[in-house]
Ligand binder design. Structure first.
Ligand SMILES: [Ca+2]
Ligand SMILES: [Ca+2]
Length: 228
């Protein structure tokens, strides 16, 4: 008797899909997100109302599309590296799951109602565990946004963020097993034949061409028997 191997956990770094600077105080411009690859300080401090650098912070969007749909997130770790000496003892970090592309219109939601908010000590670099639940909901939404609220501009220069997650992919799907009995057999064949023809989005459309036909029948027959 063969023991069933446990599902392998994958540890992977996520890709930064967007990065930029947020200005979220009214005297520097309301809730503005500006994409930048350099994380340079904007000229907010020249504002006649006396705004200072601390009214800005970097924001990143991490794309979850590399993680298979249906994966279980076990743990996640956020790491910051700082380009120059960071004189801020602590930074506030907000995390929020979003769908679509990060824009100025999303900033106030990320600032005011994050999925998770935490405080980190930052000096050159820092890392912390973050909520697996927040990352799980990001997997469903498409992206996780990380917002770092700074007290000091020095931290902003060259700041970078990395997100590493530990997840287990969903169990493999057994092609052609439509009734879920862990084998491909006569019942599945009848299910397929019953929806023969145009069938957009059907499970029985194995080839994904919008119809159930000969290609799907061949795929079912080639998977005939016990599922792997
Ligand atoms: Ca079956
Ligand atoms: Ca088909």
């Amino acid at each position: 008797m063969t023991a069933i191997a446990p599902a392998q956990a994958d540890v992977a770094g996520l890709t930064q899909a967007q990065q930029g600077v947020v200005t979220s105080w009214s005297c520097c411009g309301q809730d503005l997100f500006q994409s930048t690859t350099t994380m340079e300080v904007q000229d907010c401090n020249f504002n006649p109302y006396g705004c200072v650098y601390g009214r800005q912070g970097p924001m990143w969007r991490f794309d979850m599309s590399e993680v298979p749909e249906g994966s279980q997130i076990h743990a996640a770790e956020l790491t910051f590296t700082v380009g120059g000496y960071c004189t801020a003892d602590e930074v506030d970090v907000n995390l929020k799951a979003i769908s679509g592309t990060l824009s100025s219109g999303m900033v106030s939601g990320i600032v005011n109602s994050p999925d998770q908010s935490l405080t980190m000590s930052v000096n050159w670099s820092a890392n912390t565990a973050i909520s697996a639940a927040a990352v799980q909901s990001a997997l469903e939404m498409g992206s996780l946004v990380v917002y770092m609220h700074l007290d000091d501009d020095v931290c902003l220069m060259g700041t970078d963020a990395n997100l590493e997650i530990d997840s287990t992919p969903p169990p493999p799907v057994c092609t052609g097993d439509f009734n879920g009995d862990d084998m491909v057999g006569a019942t599945d064949l009848l299910v397929l034949l019953a929806v023969w023809g145009d069938c957009d989005g059907c499970d029985q459309d194995i080839s994904g061409d919008g119809m159930v036909g000969a290609d799907d029948l061949l795929a079912l027959l080639s998977a005939w028997g016990q599922c792997d």
